[in-house]
Design a protein around this ligand. Structure first.
Ligand code: G6P
Length: 486
């Protein structure tokens, strides 16, 4: 099976890798290292023979792959952060159909319950073509993993993009121990069954190729198990409180709950660097002595930014005492701008923001600061000064912003949190829970948060921070790895 090396004992596979490339005018490639839970988690592995398999996402990534033997960036002379990285140059047309068509427009919409069902989804001939590309894209990952993995190695497959990989890989390499982790929610069975039967079966049996499948919450694991029962007729054992098992066609897959926590050490150090201090000065100058309601999201329809802004508008209309006394800081960073739904959503966010400014701004007060350019240092500055954080997704696998704010907050921050976010499972007691569709209810929760006493806010924030950091990214990763040895 091996095409050049089979020394890897631990492998990770994800669509987006730990590095991405840009190209300068003179043709040189610049490397940018990414962050996030997976990058931190993998840092716990000291084995020099671990390999991360990911896809090239753009032309500069593809060029880097071409300059690297077998797509192994670490052998192409690139500094990719100490780990071996194999980047796959998947045919760009296939990649587009698989990533934009299936992963982001179908599976993402399905699991986040985002379809406006009178018109979508419609599984037509174009959708069938997207699905075939998705199969080829997943096959490319399975083949690369099969080629890199040593006998009996542990392979940790990540997320909805690679939902078919566990089964495809097991077919190629029955000796491997395969783990899967889903970072987003799982749809309830009635909703999941919108997928054509053949696709529904492929998605479920794809995941069941793993020995262990991890989810952020029990709720998402249960939803997956329900789908296995109803669509496949699989046997589900729910007797253990900490784990479920699914038996299908003679194989058993264990389902585990692994709630990724915030990376406290990293955040606390990063939040006090000079670039954050500089942005904090700017924000403080803009806000003055007013209260702040902070939100930070990628601009995705699932994040519910529109209803959040409607709730803020309702607060200012229904409780005029807050006018001139509060500023809403909303950072809505670009995401997946290749998709029309995302571009339209961004435009709608900007529209309602203008309306709020027009309705309420005075010579001495800007009610809303909306920023759409990505700036992590500025987000940390906003976390530090927030009086209230608003995290109101329609549905979210976890939502790390809800966990990061309490860790970084200086004076304590009241957290208004959607009960549909995975993070709610751990933070419910000290957050102010909301139904994300209830605009009036959200406005009321914002009012309660703004009027919470400083002492209560501080106490709640301490407990929130403890819950938010209960499972560090490193522990999260190692716990799943340990599941593969049992
Ligand atoms: C969100 C989800 C992750 C997912 C990521 C992909 O952050 O929570 O589960 O992997 O989106 O984003 P991308 O920008 O790579 O499409």
């Amino acid at each position: 099976m091996a095409d050049h090396t089979t020394t890897a004992r631990v492998l990770v596979a994800s669509n987006r890798g730990p590095v991405s490339f840009g190209s300068a005018d003179d043709g040189t490639l610049t490397v940018k290292r990414g962050g996030g839970g997976l990058v931190s988690g993998l840092s716990a592995i000291e084995d020099p023979h671990s390999v991360w398999v990911c896809a090239a996402l753009g032309p500069a990534d593809r060029e880097a792959v071409r300059r690297s033997p077998h797509g192994r960036l670490d052998r192409g002379g690139f500094d990719v952060g100490g780990h071996a990285v194999r980047m796959l140059d998947i045919d760009p047309a296939d990649f587009d159909l698989a990533y934009n068509g299936v992963a982001n427009s179908t599976l993402w919409f399905l699991h986040h319950l985002l379809y406006a069902t009178p018109t979508a989804p419609a599984f037509d001939a174009a959708a069938a073509e997207q699905w075939r590309a998705f199969e080829r894209y997943n096959t490319a990952f399975a083949e690369a993993l099969a080629a890199e993995a040593a006998e009996g190695a542990a392979v940790m497959v990540q997320d909805y993009h690679l939902t078919l990989v566990p089964a495809l890989l097991r077919e190629l390499r029955p000796d491997l121990r395969i783990g899967y982790f889903l970072h987003i929610p799982w749809a309830p069975a009635d909703y999941f069954r919108m997928l054509p039967d053949e696709l529904a079966v492929a998605v479920l049996t794809g995941v069941l190729g793993a020995d262990h499948a991890g989810f952020h919450t029990r709720r998402w694991a249960e939803a997956f198990a329900d789908c296995c029962e109803q669509v496949l007729g699989a046997e589900v054992d729910r007797s253990d409180r900490t784990r479920l098992t699914v038996e299908h066609q003679g194989r058993t897959t264990r389902l585990g709950v692994h709630a990724l926590g915030a990376d406290a050490d990293f955040l606390r150090e990063r939040a006090h660097r000079a670039d954050v201090e500089e942005r904090l000065d700017h924000l403080r100058a803009a806000v003055g002595d007013r209260r702040t309601i902070v939100r930070v999201d990628r601009t995705e329809p699932s994040k519910n930014i529109l209803r959040g802004l409607q709730a803020y508008r309702h607060l200012l209309r229904s409780r005029p005492e807050w006018r001139e006394r509060v500023v809403h800081i909303a950072f809505a960073y670009p995401s997946r701008q290749d998709l029309a739904e995302y571009r339209d959503y961004t435009a709608a966010v900007q529209r309602i923001s203008r309306e709020i400014t027009e309705e309420f701004a005075t010579d001495s007060w800007q009610p809303l600061i909306l920023q759409v350019e990505d700036d992590f240092a500025r987000s940390l500055a906003a976390y530090r000064m927030a009086d209230v954080a608003l995290v109101n997704p329609i549905r979210d696998g976890m939502n790390l912003v809800a966990k990061e704010v309490p860790v970084v907050s200086e004076a304590g921050c009241a957290l208004v949190l959607s009960r549909e976010a995975g993070a709610y499972a751990e933070l419910a007691e000290d957050a102010l829970g909301i139904n994300p569709f209830d605009v009036v209810g959200t406005a009321e929760a914002l009012h309660r948060a703004l009027t919470m006493s400083p002492a209560e806010r501080t106490e709640r924030t301490k407990r929130l921070a403890a819950a938010a950091t209960a499972l560090s990214p490193q522990q999260w990763f190692l716990a799943q790895l340990a599941e593969l040895s049992s």
